[in-house]
Design a protein around this ligand. Structure first.
Ligand code: IPD
Ligand code: CA
Ligand code: CA
Length: 274
């Protein structure tokens, strides 16, 4: 993509994400109706829908030739990755938004023919924007993030992990490996927003993030950020991510990536994963 055009799209996306975030912040205490989607804990509010609608309107008006892949149904049905695609999660961490009124983010990944060009993650209540352009590094607000070249061993690493993967009945991953991993690590964290977990890996305050069931809008922006600081992002079995499918994800510093995937991750048969 031509650099001038990319800078223009970046500036638009950054201004829209800040505008959408400001609206959410100003209305954080407003009464809201909460509905459920795939299960009783899969929440959605009118703010999720309104925010996606905001991006859909802006993108379609300004860049009618671009596509939108979004969680709440205001985007396009895509069968391939041709063209310029905005992959948007209007509120990532809706449960945190509803219950905690913090620890949620707006996530945008802009891909051209499947290549990640621009990643933006906005921690709304902290007013912190993580951003990246391909080949230009990643930023937290105006501060460039250092590359993740430090070799930190697993026993000094903190990994974001959902501890329910330690239960034998979980449908995704053999729990014994997760037990061993948790015992080996310095510690684990669970923030409840995939986008923030990616941003924290990029920032270097987490050494990695392992998860089982992300949709493209959960990882599209974050994968670009982590790549730009020299981290690795793959499926948990080290295969490349597919932007059109639900996926496992392992994002981490390079030196622990193979070790986690090879020695601790043993996925259950794909048919068992929902
Ligand atoms: C969810 C969050 C959560 C992750 C879930 C996602 P949502 O996104 O990122 O951390 O564990 O898999 O669905 O529904 O709040 O946008
Ligand atoms: Ca999400
Ligand atoms: Ca969401």
């Amino acid at each position: 993509m031509d650099n001038q055009l990319r800078n223009e799209i970046y500036d638009q996306a950054a201004s829209w994400i800040l505008e959408a975030g400001e609206y959410i912040r100003e209305n954080i205490d407003a009464p809201r109706s909460i509905e459920t989607k795939s299960n009783p804990n899969d929440l959605v509010t009118e703010m999720d829908q309104r925010t996606e609608q905001f991006f859909a309107d802006k993108i379609k008006t300004t860049y009618p030739e671009h596509y939108l892949l979004g969680e709440e149904g205001f985007g396009d049905e895509l069968e391939n990755l041709d063209g310029t695609i905005w992959i948007v999660d209007p509120i990532d961490g809706t449960m945190n938004f509803v219950h905690q009124k913090r620890n949620f983010a707006i996530s945008i990944g802009i891909y051209v023919d499947g290549i990640g060009e621009i990643g933006l993650i906005y921690n709304v209540m902290e007013d912190t924007l993580y951003s990246a352009k391909r080949g230009e590094g990643a930023y937290k607000n105006d501060v460039k993030l250092p590359s993740l070249n430090q070799q930190r061993p697993l026993n000094q690493s903190i990994l974001a992990l959902n501890t329910t993967w330690m239960l034998p009945e979980n449908p995704h991953i053999e729990h014994q490996g997760v037990h061993e991993l948790v015992k080996t690590l310095r510690s684990t964290r669970t923030y409840g927003s995939a986008a923030l977990e990616f941003a924290f890996v990029a920032e270097g305050i987490l050494d990695g993030y392992l998860t089982m069931t992300l949709m493209p809008w959960d990882f599209a922006g974050g994968a670009i950020l982590v790549h730009e600081v020299g981290g690795l992002v793959t499926q948990a079995n080290k295969e490349p991510l597919n932007l059109l499918e639900k996926s496992t994800v392992l994002a981490s510093r390079t030196n622990i990536h193979n070790e986690i995937a090879d020695e601790y991750v043993n996925l259950k048969a794909k048919s068992d994963r929902s």
